[in-house]
Design a binder for this molecule. Structure first.
Ligand SMILES: CC(C)[C@H](C(=O)O)[C@@H](O)C(=O)O
Ligand code: SF4
Length: 470
């Protein structure tokens, strides 16, 4: 048999039918839902007098619009309240399993899927959300879909799709202390650009990827979409199996044994063909900070922001000038001299228990309180269970003692869809994944960093190289 990539295997296993033009009907194993992209889908389903095809494949949660402060009084904003109430009603009416706002299993959809074992190796996983790529960390074929596709999946448990090309990004070697998954993926995007992965499914491999925990692997695959790829993948290994074992939705007994046997084959075969291969040396990666309005506008913390005058290409020069203007940065300014007003530790990129631990460790090491120029520093765990675990470890106390706010789980300041946002002109060190104009609030300025870097920026008031703290 010809050698196949992991993507080829997952694709072959789920194709129900392929048309002559390559359009395929894919069977979907897991469908995750949130309040933003599901209302019209349920409405369409009802207008056509259809039922949900396979109820047990669906799992829903509200995350974008939920408040991260005390929830006992409900949601103050009427638009947010309507979205969350609508999801509750739709799920109740159709019998879809849902974690409601005050359920301790509630959280960001891309955090709770894996946490519950609802995301498993070998699955096709879809959700009306671009960061569904996160779930590819489990050797699952996972990508975002649009609202009309959400309706299609609810009604038929299938999706129309065309196969992408195969790309391998190999990261070999060992990172220096203080450098983690977020720095690796930002460095990858810095290298290939935000369109580098367009048309591909990216498999991340190499010793530096294999060395990551599942949390780190999710951070990597989460940002595959920022590299232009709809899906990112990482092969199944012992780390994967250890993570999924014993979770609420994970199979047990004989089913577990059979599943594991199959899952162990979920890696690219030796000699499998990739249409593109990119290589990075992990030991060369330093803590990353974005300086502009796209994730590819990223540099080492020890670098200086670019000087447009040194750029010969007129299009690139214009982009640098616009980004510097929006970000209110002088050319050649040292990144370490950039001061921040707010700090956000959270989002589906970096709100898992390891992220909380990484940030708390930096807070402890630096000691004392938030820098005086930092007006607000939020720590928003990705789920109620992450929150409880962090509290059991005393991490909340570390944050609170230093002046951080310890919040309830949700998307929070990753995007301005709830009460947490930047005011015009405010500058933020953020562990989220997008930094375009206005993403965290109109006129807000976002610098994407790792949890360790965000914590250090909160304590020192500006960016510092955390590899020197380690
Ligand atoms: C609201 C949702 C459709 C959107 C996405 O698809 O990514 C959001 O989660 C985001 O991160 O911008
Ligand atoms: S945390 Fe941010 S990126 Fe993730 S789903 Fe929510 S809004 Fe989208």
């Amino acid at each position: 048999m010809t050698a196949r990539t992991l993507y080829d295997k997952l694709w072959d296993e789920h194709v129900v039918h392929t048309e002559d033009d390559g359009t395929a009907v894919l069977y979907i194993d897991r469908h995750l839902l949130h309040e933003v992209t599901s209302p019209q889908a349920f409405e369409g389903l009802e207008l056509a007098s259809r039922k949900v095809w396979r109820l047990s494949a669906n799992l829903a949660v509200s995350d974008h619009n939920v408040p991260t402060t005390d929830r006992s009084g409900g949601i103050a904003d009427p638009i947010s309240k309507l979205q969350v109430d609508t999801l509750d009603q739709n799920c109740d009416r159709h019998g879809v399993t849902q974690f409601k706002m005050n359920d301790k299993r509630q959280g960001i959809v891309h955090v709770i899927g894996p946490e519950q074992g609802a995301t498993l190796p070998g699955m096709t996983v879809v959700c009306g959300d671009s960061h569904t790529s996160t779930h590819g960390a489990f050797g699952a074929l996972a990508h975002g879909i649009g609202t009309s596709e959400v309706e299609h999946v609810l009604a038929t448990q299938t999706l129309l799709a065309k196969k992408a090309k195969n790309m391998l990004i190999r990261v070999e070697g060992q990172v220096v202390p203080g450098v983690g998954a977020k720095d690796i993926v930002l460095a990858i995007i810095g290298k290939i650009g935000t369109a580098g992965g367009t048309g591909y499914t990216i498999e991340f491999g190499g010793s530096a990827i294999r060395a990551l925990t599942m949390e780190g692997r999710m951070t990597i695959c989460n940002m595959a979409i920022e590299a232009g790829a709809r899906a990112g993948l990482i092969a199944v290994d012992e780390t994967t199996l250890n993570y999924v074992k014993g979770r609420p939705f994970t199979p047990t007994g004989v089913e577990w044994d059979l599943a594991v046997q199959y899952w162990r084959g979920l890696h690219s075969d030796a000699g499998a063909h990739f249409d593109a291969v990119v290589e990075l040396d992990a030991s060369q990666i330093r803590p990353q900070v974005t300086w502009g309005t796209s994730p590819e506008m990223v540099l080492d913390v020890n670098a200086r922001v670019p000087d447009p005058d040194k750029e010969k290409d007129a299009v690139k020069r214009g982009a640098i000038e616009r980004a510097l203007q929006y970000m209110s940065l002088e050319p050649n300014k040292a990144i370490a001299d950039i001061h921040v007003d707010k700090v956000f530790i959270g989002s589906c990129t970096n709100s898992r228990i390891e992220d909380m631990r990484e940030a708390a460790a930096v807070v402890r090491r630096i000691g004392g309180r938030l820098a005086s120029n930092v007006k607000l520093a939020l720590v928003v765990p990705g789920s109620g269970l992450v929150k409880a675990q962090a509290e059991a470890e005393g991490l909340d106390q570390v944050f609170k003692a230093a002046g951080f706010e310890w919040r309830e789980p949700g998307c929070s300041m990753c995007l301005a869809m709830n009460a947490d946002r930047l005011e015009p002109g405010e500058r933020c060190a953020s562990t989220s994944n997008r930094n375009f104009e206005g993403r965290q609030g109109a006129g807000g300025r976002t610098h994407l960093v790792s949890p360790a870097m965000a914590a250090a920026a909160a304590m020192r008031g500006h960016f510092v190289d955390v590899s020197h703290l380690a």
